[in-house]
Ligand binder design. Structure first.
Ligand code: ADP
Length: 586
């Protein structure tokens, strides 16, 4: 409370008023006493003179003590004062309040001495006779004829009344001073309170701002300095609010960018504690934001190469980058660690770019080229050998030359087929020739390919049959392409089924699609090959695939997926395989 401005204003006021009152009391009482005493003095002297004139004849006649005593008492009654009549030698002749016989010689009393010397004398003294302070006024009584001093008259009055009056005056002044001090103090409190109230509002508003509440609360209703302060404060809060909203907006934008960018971003402080991690970084590192924040970079990253990169960056103070294979998460990332120092913020920025997809594509492309080269090399080497043989003399042997030419023709056909299939595959993959989807009866998709391949099945001593329910709904398909799928599947079934086996092509409606299946009793596919047989150039059994390119199933898969359908296989090695694919209903 004592620290409040109110009291700091009110207390000095009260002290000032009290000091002023005290001073005033002292000054006033002294002044009044002086005036009253002076009045009393002149009154006593005047009375004494009057008495002296009256007593002069009696004193010169040397009348007896009894008479003077009676005179003194009479005058005392008249003047309401003590009257003493003193002989010239100091003997007390009469006194209104005391027996003169018992009174000592008064010649040495100061007022008597002064009267003797100056013609009048006064003194204030405690009267032992009466028991209180008295003022004495004395004058000499002179012989009218010779001017000789024949005695003294002394009149005395109590100064008690004056003292009492002064006490009353003092009390009055002190009481009114106290009241004034109290009222003044209260007034000061009220004024201080009025002055301080807006400051308190300001304080409260400042507290609220400090707590983040930036809504406007203040109205500068006054025109004085406090009003100006409130106004200035308001403007400051306004600007702060604007700045904060700009900052919040920027922060929001930044957060959105960070959250939606594909690259992982991680910010650590100088000690390596993670301060920020975006969703992509969380995904790449397999950690949530809550788990990562506040932990060390080592605990969060769990990948020694990236941790070393961070340490190198910290030690050298330079940007470091490296490609890192995160084998435990099957990922391949480019990690960049940069030190940053912007205004107050120091730390390290770790950027993780996911290169897994690009890497995979690169691998696929490399494999693809390697596969093509490999696939082309075998038939080309065969052709080369045949040409060499012909040139080496076989031309001179017409039946042998014919045989060689037939084999060359077969090799060229195989090459042509492969090139065509590759072209087809790349056309489908690049979407150059869009599918022409039309409602088509399932029989038109299955019938023609089966008929083309029937001679091949017969020569392979296989039973090829088709099972179609009569009320099968039409499908939405590009007929030629859909036929190609069936051709590839049936062709494979014939190729991989030993003589005496059977191949059954059937179809049935299932929900919003028709599922076509090609079932054989052939050699089947090993479990480890099953997931890969739809890849380009993949051949499960190179020895027995008999001149296949490994592209047939890849093409089939692309075509089926282009129709919005699925393709899959079930197979038991040594017992046979069933390939399924689905086409949507028209
Ligand atoms: P290919 O031209 O070699 O037949 P595909 O892509 O059509 O190429 O087939 C890939 C591989 O899948 C084949 O080499 C073969 O090993 C396996 N395969 C395909 N169909 C069958 C089937 N009906 N029975 C057994 N294996 C099959």
């Amino acid at each position: 409370m004592s620290h409040s401005i109110r009291w700091r204003i009110a207390v000095p006021y009260m002290v000032l008023i009290l000091i002023a009152t005290l001073g005033l009391t002292l000054y006033l009482s002294n002044q009044v006493r002086r005036v009253r005493l002076a009045d009393l003095e002149s009154q006593l002297v005047a009375h004494a003179r009057l008495l002296a004139d009256d007593l002069a004849p009696s004193l010169s006649q040397r009348m007896d003590g009894q008479t003077f005593d009676a005179l003194a008492r009479r005058w005392a009654d008249l003047l309401h004062a003590r009257v003493t009549i003193i002989a010239a030698d100091g003997r007390v002749l009469g006194d209104s309040h005391e027996d003169p016989a018992r009174m000592e010689n008064h010649l040495n009393r100061p007022e008597v001495q002064q009267a003797l010397a100056e013609g009048q004398g006064t003194a204030i003294r405690h009267s032992a006779t009466l028991g209180y302070d008295m003022m004495y006024g004395a004058v000499p009584v002179q012989d009218a004829a010779h001017g000789r001093v024949i005695g003294f008259v002394r009149v005395a009055l109590s100064v008690q009344d004056i003292e009492a009056g002064i006490r009353r005056l003092r009390q009055g002044v002190v009481v009114s001073g106290l009241i004034t001090a109290l009222v003044g103090g209260l007034l000061a409190l009220v004024i201080a309170e009025r002055t301080v109230r807006p400051i308190r509002w300001l304080t409260r508003a400042a507290d609220r701002i400090a707590q983040g509440d930036l809504k406007p609360h203040l109205v500068a209703s006054r025109r004085d300095e406090v009003g100006q302060l409130t106004g200035a404060f308001q403007r400051m809060a306004e600007q702060l609010r604007e700045k904060m909203s700009v900052l919040a907006e920027e922060r929001g934008r930044l957060a959105a960018v960070l959250e939606h960018m594909a690259d992982g971003v991680l910010i650590t402080d100088e000690e390596g504690r993670v301060e920020l991690v975006n969703a992509a970084a969380g995904r790449l590192l397999g950690i949530t934001e809550e788990e990562a924040l506040g932990r060390s970079v080592g605990q969060v990253v769990l990948q020694h190469q990236i941790i070393e990169l961070w340490q190198r960056c910290r030690d050298l103070g330079e940007e470091q980058q490296d490609t890192v294979e995160m084998s435990h998460r099957n990922l391949f990332v480019q990690a960049i660690v940069t030190p940053f120092q912007q205004d107050e913020a120091h730390g390290f920025l770790v950027i993780l770019q996911d290169l897994t997809r690009i890497r995979r594509l690169e691998t696929v492309r490399r494999d693809f080229i390697a596969n093509i080269s490999h696939e082309l090399r075998t038939p080309l080497a065969g052709l080369k050998a045949l040409v060499d043989t012909l040139r080496g003399g076989a031309l001179q042997d017409p039946p042998a030359a014919k045989r060689f030419l037939n084999r060359m023709d077969a090799e060229v056909n195989a090459l042509t087929q492969m090139v065509e299939e590759l072209l087809e595959l790349s056309r489908i993959e690049s979407g150059q020739v869009p599918l022409r989807l039309v409602p088509t009866p399932v029989a038109s998709v299955i019938g023609p390919p089966v008929n083309w391949l029937r001679p091949q099945a017969e020569s392979a001593q296989l039973k090829l049959s088709v099972l179609l329910p009569p009320d099968l709904p039409p499908v939405l398909a590009d007929v030629e392409r859909a036929q190609k799928v069936v051709t590839n599947l049936v062709h494979n079934a014939i190729k991989f089924t030993p003589p005496g086996g059977s191949v059954v092509v059937s179809a049935e409606a299932a929900g919003r699609e028709v599922v076509v299946s090609v079932k054989d009793t052939g050699i089947g596919i090993a479990a480890e090959d099953l997931p890969r047989i739809f890849e380009r150039f993949y051949k499960a059994d190179r020895m027995r695939s008999g001149g296949g390119t490994g592209l047939g199933l890849a093409i089939a898969r692309h075509i089926v997926q282009g129709h919005g359908g699925r393709i899959w296989v079930e197979s038991v090695e040594g017992k046979g395989s069933t390939f399924y694919f689905s086409l949507p209903l028209a």
